[in-house]
Design a protein around this ligand. Sequence first.
Ligand code: CO
Length: 148
Amino acid sequence: MRRNLALIALAGLMLSGPALGQECAVTIEGNDQIQFVQSELRVSSSCTEATLTLVHIGQLAGNIMGHNWVLSTTNDWQAVAQAGQASGPPNYAPEGDERVIAATAVIGGGEEVSITFDISGLEPGGDYTYFCSFPGHFVLMNGNFIIE
Ligand code: CO
């Protein structure tokens, strides 16, 4: 009987491990059809930092079908996306723009990139939007970033 209880406890630990890890680390995929596969991302408000991994699951090169992941408030996101496009290659991210909460480099097919950023100043339940700032992509490639 005692051995069975130990096994149950071990199984519980194995289940809780990945679940805890996912609260602060999220992955999003971009493809060759100018799409993010996930339309929203959720992280726990208990996280001080979040880690975002962007995986480009397509095959086209970064100068043709580049994707990045940029986060701002939903109020700011379209203006930041326009500023990003205007700032030019390779990363289309406005330097020093305080409206940018986090931004990865632009990657191409088969590549991935991760960033870890501070979310302790973001509001749980606040309104945040992520997008790709590669020219023309933000209209199709955007989603909600939710702190719950
Ligand atoms: Co893109």
